[in-house]
Design a protein around this ligand. Structure first.
Ligand code: ADP
Ligand code: MG
Length: 256
């Protein structure tokens, strides 16, 4: 059975997509079978892998609306062990579509659960909001990974996300647990970043991953070439960090 991991933070630009794509690629390099699900209408995970849901004709929206299509919506990527359920901007319509559906929080779970047998990991790249798509991801996932950019107000955002998580766990999905907080875009020369790191480690001593993702220009360049950091520059600090994170994720299993 796959480990189902939601990468979520309602703040935009904190490294959700970068983490989803490069963690997925790093797990795939460890020969773990991974399905990356692009849950964000901006489709950044899809394009970061050099793919286009539109050309394929399917995305999470079409497959959710017409569930016959689900397995044909899954695209093989150029990377061994890594498949993608792509997104297009049509996915934005899904939030509206779901509003008056019964059991609307469990739509992803119903449709994606059958895939859990086929993969070691299902990674969900969430959009930057706490709307219905993120809620669906949290109701399907068993593990939550929170990317946190070391900047002012970072902790306030995380407190709100953790409140949502607690509500989901209590009322909708008792199986979910926080796997960890991953500090991203860390610049050790920046005093504020150091303070946020120290404060996060103080508030969540058990949750912060040992691996820290440094600010690394190679990581920001890679998506424009449709490549993961491992395929763009395997020797970069960014690649090193995501490979280390994958090992930590693999080792840090939540005991059920
Ligand atoms: P989110 O999915 O949370 O909106 P992204 O992963 O898209 O965030 O990251 C936001 C921007 O920051 C992107 O342009 C991305 O390339 C860049 N970025 C992410 N992580 C890093 C990093 N560690 N170093 C440098 N740039 C990064
Ligand atoms: Mg994103």
């Amino acid at each position: 059975m796959a480990r189902i991991i939601a990468i979520a933070n309602q703040k935009g630009g904190v490294g959700k997509t970068t983490t989803s794509v490069n963690l997925s690629a790093s797990l795939a390099l460890m020969e773990k079978k991974v399905l990356l699900v692009d849950c964000d209408p901006q489709a950044n995970s899809t394009s970061a892998l050099g793919m286009d849901g539109k050309n394929a004709g399917y995305d999470l929206y079409t497959s959710l609306v017409d569930n016959e299509n689900l397995s044909s919506s899954i695209l093989k990527t150029d990377i061994d062990y890594l498949d993608l359920l792509p997104a297009t901007t049509d996915l934005a319509a899904l939030e509206l579509e779901l509003v008056d559906k019964e059991k609307r929080e469990y739509f992803f779970k119903e449709l994606l659960s059958p895939l859990a047998d086929e993969y070691d990991y299902i990674i969900l790249d969430c959009p930057p909001s706490l709307g219905l798509i993120t809620l669906n991801s949290l109701c399907f996932a068993e593990e939550l990974v929170i990317p946190l950019q070391c900047e002012f107000f970072a902790l306030e955002g995380i407190v709100k996300l953790l409140q949502t998580y607690e509500t989901v766990k209590k009322k909708l999905n008792p199986d979910i647990n926080v796997l960890g907080v991953i500090l991203t875009m860390y610049d050790s020369r920046n005093k504020l970043a150091k303070q946020v790191k120290a404060e996060t480690e103080r508030c969540f001593p058990k949750l912060v991953f040992k691996t820290i993702i440094p600010r690394n220009v190679r990581l920001s360049e890679a998506p424009s070439f449709g490549k993961t950091i491992l395929h763009y520059d395997i020797k970069s600090k960014g690649a090193e960090a995501y490979l280390a994170l994958a090992k930590e994720v693999e080792a840090r299993k939540i005991v059920k």
